[in-house]
Structures are given as C-alpha cells and as structure tokens.
Design a protein around this ligand. Structure first.
Ligand SMILES: N[C@@H](CCC(=O)N[C@@H](CS)C(=O)NCC(=O)O)C(=O)O
Length: 231
C-alpha cells in the first residue's frame, strides 16, 4: 500500500485528493511540520528537502519500491500508475503538464510568499506584500482567462492540473481575493469543491489544521534556526 507522508496543507491536500479520486489504497503517515517532524531521520531518508508531501510505494515501476517527493511528480506518478486523470492523447497531455508546472512554479511559490509576508513575517514589509499580492492577482487573471476558453485547465477533461491547483485557491479571503471577481475561476472552483473525492481528500488530517494565527513555537520551527541548519 502507498504510504503518504503528509500534513493538512495545500501541498498535502493535492495528494490526498488525487488518491481519493483515483481510488488507490493509501496509508497516511502524519508529519507535524509545526513541531519539526519534517527534520526527523525517517522523513529525511525519503526527502532531503524536508517538506511534505512525500510517498513510498512498495509496488513502483517494474514492481520495485519507489520513494518520491515534490507534489507535481507525485501527482504525475499516481495518475500514470492508475491510468487516469492525465490525458492519454499526447497533445492534451502536454497541455495538462503545462498547467501542472504553472501551479508548481507560479501559484505555489507566489501564493506561499504572499502568505508568508502578509500573515506570518514578524516584520511587515510593504514592498513584499504588494509584490506578492500583485502576483496573486495576476495569476488569478491567467487562470480566469484559461477557464474562460476551456472547462478544465487541461481542456475537456478534469485532470491532475485541476487537482494540483484547487487546494491553493481555498480560503481566498486570506489572499484578499474575492473569487466572484474571477467568474470562470469561481465556476471551476465550485465544480471541484463539490466532488465527493475532493471532500474526502481535504478531510484527511483536517483535525490538525491550524486555526487562526501561527504560535511562536511553530514560527521558530518553520522560519527559525532549525529550518536552515545544515543536514
Ligand atoms: N514544491 C514542494 C513544496 C512542499 C512544501 O512547501 N511543503 C510545505 C507544506 S505546504 C512544508 O512541508 N513545509 C515545512 C517546512 O517549511 O519546514 C511540493 O510541491 O511538494
């Protein structure tokens, strides 16, 4: 059975949703990133980057075990393993992968930096908040344009491109975003949000989801010395 080393964050939810959609059996291994579990040797043996999510599949390609980190790779791997949620047609497949990369290289890092400077940084730096806030809005506009010309990000089929993007658009008020200002995104978001597998995916470990502000101990683990120690 696939082991998912994870925590209830947008990057973790991508994998939970994909596994639920694909109906692949999995076992959750919680990695409490607020308490520093990402720095423990068992997790570092799977990912040198000490970030969730990571998976261990004892039945990987050719029947050999495989360990993977980076949520984009994990979603491509799971979709290919199940033969679903990634278009079979070569043209549609590249379009799908293009939007997967757009999430990994654009939405994730930019929304993440906005969250850091707007919500978590002890010092409020107006330039950083404005720069990443502008990027958040720009990326919503790019999505809205795409979803004005196609039902799903990859085109006609719901795919891992939608699954990888959706968790980052949850709680738009935290990014000063009103989803109704992006009507195509709002239509697409509502359709994904209503899917039973998506509901099950975001429920994984949800009892551990942080409510409200980050405490000092978590801040120290995530942004202090432990984070940047050589390993
Ligand atoms: N590019 C990575 C990003 C993973 C990532 O940033 N994970 C966060 C949670 S969403 C994490 O593990 N943070 C722990 C830390 O910063 O120490 C991916 O998509 O898998």
């Amino acid at each position: 059975m696939i082991e998912v080393w994870t925590w209830p964050t947008p990057n973790g939810h991508k994998v939970h949703i994909a596994l639920e959609e694909l109906g692949l059996p999995y076992k959750v291994v919680p990695v409490n990133i607020g308490k520093g579990a990402q720095f423990e040797p068992a997790f570092l043996a799977i990912t040198p980057n000490h970030r969730i999510p990571a998976i261990v599949d004892p039945d990987g390609p050719g029947g050999k075990p495989i360990q993977l980190f980076e949520s984009g790779t994990i979603l491509i791997y799971l979709a290919e393993k199940a033969g679903r949620l990634i278009p079979a047609d070569a043209h549609a497949r590249y379009i799908c992968l293009q939007w997967v990369m757009f999430q990994m290289g654009g939405i994730g890092p930019m929304f993440g930096q906005f969250g850091h400077f707007n919500n978590y940084a002890a010092e409020k730096i107006p330039y950083a908040i404005e720069r990443y806030g502008n990027e958040v809005k720009r990326l919503h506009r790019v999505l809205d344009k795409r979803l004005g010309e196609a039902e799903w990000l990859a085109g006609e089929e719901y795919s891992i491109a939608d699954i990888i993007t959706y968790p980052w658009l949850r709680f738009p008020e935290r990014r000063n975003i009103v989803l109704a200002d992006y009507p195509n995104v709002a239509r697409w978001y509502a359709a994904i949000d209503a899917r039973p597998a998506v509901r099950r995916g975001v429920a994984v470990l949800s009892e551990n989801q942080r409510q409200g502000t980050m405490n000092d101990a978590e801040r120290e683990v995530l942004f202090g010395k432990a984070q940047f120690a050589a390993r």
